[in-house]
Design a protein around this ligand. Structure first.
Ligand SMILES: [Mg+2]
Length: 201
């Protein structure tokens, strides 16, 4: 869930989410870089009470020292993640060399496609740090199967809704998991030309 607008209200929202989903479901939060370093540290400590296991972009992804600071001081069960804005291998290398994240994120639609995604995965293997894909689960379900460091694929309902507008064959999650359609060629996607035409710019 997104946080970052108002720290106090965000804690109330996270508390409500935890109450709704129970204790046996992982709860991830994403601040999209909205907090200062001190705010992020305070929020990390406050969210421990609700067993938040993932704190994405607690500070700006450009603040590698700040990410490292939060990573080092966050509760032990809370992973710090970033990387969704990475466009090339140097971006990921700098982030990993800085020790800025517990889990690196990469997005094949931004980081030079599958080639860039696999480069990020190789860097993850070398450090070693797990990899999580950002958005576009219809693409990452396939390439994720080829990346040893892959830990999970981000799955947002609004993104999937968009994927289904121009494509048939978008994978359906089953029990929290996505699997490629092995009876289909390539990515298993078929372009719905008439629908895609409506999205043309
Ligand atoms: Mg994010």
């Amino acid at each position: 869930m997104k946080i970052g607008r108002d720290a106090k209200i965000d804690r109330q929202r996270v508390a409500a989410a935890r109450k709704a989903i129970g204790e046996d479901v992982d709860l991830f939060v994403d601040a999209n870089g909205a907090y200062s370093r001190k705010q992020a540290l305070a929020q990390a400590r406050a969210l421990e009470e609700f067993n938040v296991s993932w704190f994405e972009e607690p500070v700006s992804s450009d603040d590698l020292e700040g990410l490292r600071l939060v990573r080092d001081r966050a509760p032990t069960g809370m992973d710090i993640a970033a990387g969704e804005y990475g466009y090339d291998i140097d971006y990921f290398r700098r982030m990993l060399d800085a020790g800025a994240v517990d889990v690196l994120q990469a997005d094949a639609t931004r980081c030079c496609g599958f080639t860039g995604f696999l480069q990020a995965a190789t860097l993850c293997d070398a450090h070693p740090v797990p990899l999580s894909s950002h958005c576009a689960p219809a693409l990452h379900v396939h390439i994720g199967c080829a990346a040893a460091a892959m830990r999970h694929a981000e799955y947002f309902h609004d993104h999937v809704r968009i994927e289904r507008m121009p494509f048939d064959g978008v994978a359906e999650p089953v029990a929290g998991g996505l699997r490629p359609a092995l009876d289909q060629p390539g990515l298993g996607l078929t372009l719905k030309r008439a629908n895609a035409q409506k999205l043309a710019i």
